[in-house]
Ligand binder design. Structure first.
Ligand code: NAP
Length: 480
């Protein structure tokens, strides 16, 4: 049995309490490693180490910091196969997907911010003959990051990289459900010589060590990605302390398919947007609206493609659809399929747990599921399911498509499929979402602002936005 360790002040350590949680492989249902259940005293040590490391790390020249982060990116890239396999075991996602998406983005995130810190600049405001202002953007100090299980290392590095690049020291908490790649990452940080105390990684459960991290007075900012309900709790804890907060939360994303779309490509991409990572991506399009004139044709082509997705052992290269992350999550997803039927929906394909032969017999597999016959206001179409379940519904006009799309509390991402660019631009302007993809989905440029509106979050990550979040602006005003 592998025992995962915390990483504090450049050392690997057991939790002070001696308590461990089970880490389960979703494809088999077996406990395959143990995770530290960290507590207050682990946190205290991590914060002290980060505080101690801050003056030197923040004073390091940008070139030196960038060079070290490039070394880290190189090492993460070199470990790509190992990290992808670890992610597939820990999370249940297909190994080919983990290599192409998770591993790739983990090193790309670090490399991006290793470059970004050499390009980051601040403003100057000239007052004519009176004087001049310039803005200093200094690192904040000790910051906390809390990340979810769906893209464990990808989202972990998406936060840690800009925090480090802008000169902060970090206490990071990965999800207790998928801790393995953060642990492997701590080994890589150690090997490449990230100075001790600059990054500290604490494992354990959210309501315990996650909550303590948010409550800690010396942690000045929290970058969080996770569910909207958890985000609310975090905000309630952090707001009275006037802590800087970045919240990347849930989504219920609409996909708008118009009759003039490039049909075959759209079918393929809409399948990908609904079911990649078993539908466990905050950006997945789970409400698919199709212009009525092509509704039947699209529906049949879409279902055919969905049925072809190869469900299987995440460790097999040909697998396209792996296991859901945990048993409770699988039960939650299946309960929504039941709810959808109670609400009057018809399951067109999928809807059931899958039992595989061999080592995956007890894994948490659920068929890709397509449901029709539901209206916008039912719970199935309003609540985030975060699994391989989507609904389809026809629409008759651009106005109706827009009002369906905007008709939930969420506002993370949407995609429009049409060759009428005037329509696309006009809809993009009116859609209440942080990200609008036109004839694409999950096409990412790391310089762009990333995040959601409404209940999908507060603040943006990516590029300048992240560098600004992790720095404190100070105006210096000089009178001539
Ligand atoms: P979650 O339950 O909210 O957990 C997210 C993280 O918060 C985990 O590390 C969790 O720890 C921790 N946590 C839980 N309770 C906490 C508390 N009281 N105080 C501090 N930390 C706490 O979310 P999840 O189930 O892992 O992830 C799925 C959700 O994330 C979905 O809603 C999805 O849409 C959202 N998401 C959003 C984005 C985005 O960019 N907008 C990206 C990916 C995912 P434990 O895991 O140990 O409980």
């Amino acid at each position: 049995m592998k025992y995962i360790e915390n990483y504090i002040n450049g050392e690997f350590c057991a939790p002070a309490s001696g308590e461990y949680l089970d880490n389960i492989e979703p494809a088999t249902g077996n406990v395959y490693s143990k995770i530290p259940e960290s507590d207050k005293s682990d946190l205290e040590q991590a914060v002290q180490a980060a505080e101690k490391a801050f003056p030197k790390w923040s004073a390091m020249s940008t070139e030196d910091r960038s060079r070290l982060m490039h070394k880290l990116a190189d090492a993460v890239e070199a470990a790509g196969d190992q990290l992808a396999k670890a992610e597939a075991i820990d999370n249940g996602k297909p190994v080919a997907f983990a290599k192409a998406v998770d591993s790739y983005r983990a090193s790309a995130n670090i490399r991006f911010f290793a470059n970004a810190c050499t390009q980051f600049s601040s403003e100057s405001h000239n007052m004519g003959e009176t004087g001049v202002n310039y803005t200093l953007r200094d690192p904040i100090g000790v910051v906390g990051t809390i990340s979810p299980w769906n893209f464990p290392l990808y989202l972990f590095t998406w936060k840690v990289a800009p925090a480090l690049a802008s000169g902060n020291t970090v206490v990071a908490k990965p999800s207790e459900v998928t801790p393995m790649t953060a642990y492997l990452f701590s080994k890589i940080c150690h090997d490449v010589g990230i100075p001790k105390g600059v990054i500290n990684i604490l494992h354990g459960s959210g309501p315990n060590i996650g909550q303590l991290l948010v409550e800690h007075k010396k942690i000045k900012a929290i970058s969080f990605t996770g569910g909207t309900a958890t985000g609310k709790k975090l905000a309630a804890t952090a707001a009275p302390m006037f802590k800087k907060l970045s919240l990347e939360l849930g989504g219920k994303n609409p996909t708008l398919v118009f009759a003039d779309c490039d049909f075959d490509r759209t079918v393929n991409e809409v399948v990908r947007s609904a079911f990649s990572n078993q539908g466990q991506i905050c950006l997945c399009g789970s409400r698919i609206y199709i212009e009525r004139s092509i509704y039947d044709k699209f529906k049949h082509a879409f279902i055919e493609k969905v049925k072809q997705l190869k469900i299987g052992d995440p460790l097999e290269k040909a697998t396209q659809h792996g296991a859901l992350v945990s048993k409770p999550h699988m039960k939650k997803v299946l309960s929504y399929v039941e709810l959808a039927q109670q609400e009057g929906g018809t399951v067109l394909t999928g809807g059931k747990q899958v039992t595989l032969d061999g080592r995956c017999e007890y894994g948490f597999f659920v068929e890709p599921t397509v449901i029709e016959g539901l209206t916008l206001n039912c719970r199935t179409n309003q609540e985030e399911i975060f699994g391989p379940v989507c609904t389809i519904q026809p629409f008759d006009s651009d106005e109706e498509a827009l009002s369906l799309a905007n008709g939930t509390d969420y506002g993370l991402a949407t995609s429009i499929w049409s060759n009428n660019l005037t329509r696309c631009h006009s809809l993009a302007k009116q859609l209440d979402f942080g990200i609008v993809w036109i004839n694409s989905w999950l096409l990412r440029d790391l310089r762009t602002p990333f995040g959601g509106m409404k209940s999908s979050g507060v603040g943006r990550e990516g590029g300048e936005e992240a560098m600004r979040f992790f720095t404190e602006p100070k105006n210096v005003c000089i009178k001539y």
